[in-house]
Ligand binder design. Structure first.
Ligand code: GP9
Ligand code: MN
Length: 419
């Protein structure tokens, strides 16, 4: 039954940023939303070089006329891309194990496509893979997407494919005609593919040389990241030529890490560090997040943020109230934050001052490991505690509330008032 729903509702309402607090509420009212999910792109490549060459020249320039969040973390687990989609659509956490898209694809949700549909939007996904991968066909149908342009919508052959399938440049090029045919306003999510492990690319598509380390994976990552950067640049051009750009906002986000800790040795060499500590590992979970609104000046935002915050942020930009919604994220343009942490799915977290992972508490600015002395107030009960201890309980509480919603399918017992 839904016995736990009132407590969870109470919690999310207390931690929610309201529309009145949102500095940019309605700035993009009735605009199209073009959301680009950047496969495996992590923030460490932004404004960085390899062999003396810029890795992401287009994205680097895009920072100047976008809201760019430099401390934005992915919060995915085993469901990878699908987990990132779930976070964006629902502002709920994915599950600690398995992929929620598979295990709870039939639950009751109040997802972004549904909310947008009831506000006059048409909602679409573009992704050149088999529709049932990650159970997308089932989940998309359940949460109200009007169209899914899957692999069957594209012309795919030997020539225009690499690695997992259709190359990103071809993917965007072939998508434009569909985008132009859509009723406006639309919400359209594009999921790129070329920058996927094992980061394969033909020589003619590579504009920069690979890195040189003992990790073939890290070495090849740079040319494929650059390829996706160029594909996005070309897509912006096509959006402008086709007239879709003017009336749209464009959101870009890395879905999750591409380089796992298996490659720490090569990574430490690239980052010129002695080793990758637990602190560095958490900081490497940052992914780029851009909100580009044509005609609006941008800003680099350093506040901590996560994928959980995307839904309330976007809805408020579009002028859609979220009073009755149940979400764990916050509007990133709210004048006051209602929460002290960004929680990663494994229980690690980041606050303004600290980074916590695996029972270790670090100073966020310096990466210094903090001891237990901070809480030694002559109080025996506090022995063994660090500055992170009180926040750890809050993080666990929040993750557990979100899990309860999913495991118990609790939204069946809540009326969202927007249908
Ligand atoms: C598959 C693509 C990649 O369709 O989204 O999935 P991933 O392995 O990154 O979850
Ligand atoms: Mn992915």
């Amino acid at each position: 039954d839904g016995n736990e729903m009132p407590e969870i509702e109470d919690y999310t309402k207390q931690h929610k940023t309201s529309a009145e607090n949102s500095e940019l509420f309605g700035i993009a009212e009735d605009k199209n939303v073009i959301f680009i999910s950047l496969e495996s792109i992590q923030s460490f490549v932004i404004n960085n070089t390899v062999n003396g060459e810029e890795v992401t020249p287009f994205l680097n320039d895009l920072i100047e006329d976008s809201f760019y969040f430099e401390n934005f973390y992915h919060q995915t687990e085993q469901g990878k891309t699908s987990d990132s989609e779930f976070l964006i659509e629902n502002s709920l956490y994915p599950l600690p194990r398995g992929a929620v898209y598979f295990t709870h694809g039939q639950n009751e949700y109040n997802a972004m496509p549904e909310v947008l549909n009831s506000n006059g939007y048409n909602s679409n996904v573009f992704h050149a893979n088999n529709k049932s991968f990650w159970n997308r066909d089932v989940m998309y149908d359940n949460i109200g997407y009007d169209n899914f342009y899957d692999v069957t919508a594209y012309e795919v052959d030997q020539e225009n494919s690499v690695g997992w399938g259709l190359k990103d440049k071809e993917f965007f090029e072939q998508s434009i005609k569909y985008l132009q045919s859509l009723p406006e306003p639309y919400y359209s999510k594009f999921i790129t593919l070329t920058n996927h492990y094992p980061f394969e690319l033909s020589e003619e598509d590579a504009s920069i040389e690979p890195y040189n380390s003992n990790s073939k994976t890290l070495n090849q990552y740079f040319p494929t990241v650059r390829y996706t950067d160029e594909a996005v640049e070309a897509f912006f051009e096509q959006l402008k030529e086709s007239g879709e750009y003017e009336n749209s906002i464009i959101v870009l986000m890395g879905d999750h890490y591409g380089i796992s800790d298996f490659h720490d040795k090569a990574m430490s060499m690239y980052l010129e560090k002695d080793e990758i500590t637990a602190y560095d590992h958490i900081q490497l979970q940052r992914v780029p997040f851009f909100i580009h609104i044509p005609g609006v000046d941008g800003k680099v935002i350093s506040d901590i943020a996560g994928q959980i915050d995307v839904k309330p942020t976007l809805l408020h930009l579009l002028g859609i109230e979220t009073t009755e919604d149940i979400m764990f994220g916050q509007d990133l343009f709210a004048s006051e934050s209602k929460k002290d942490f960004v929680a990663l799915r494994d229980g690690s977290f980041i606050t303004d001052e600290y980074v916590y992972s695996k029972d270790q508490c670090f100073n966020r600015e310096t990466g210094e490991l903090l001891g237990t002395e901070v809480n030694q107030l002559g109080n025996e009960e506090a022995a063994g505690e660090t500055a992170c201890t009180p926040i750890k309980a809050d993080v666990e509480q929040e993750l557990s509330y979100s899990d309860k919603v999913i495991y118990g399918d609790l939204f069946r017992f809540y009326n969202f008032n927007n249908e």
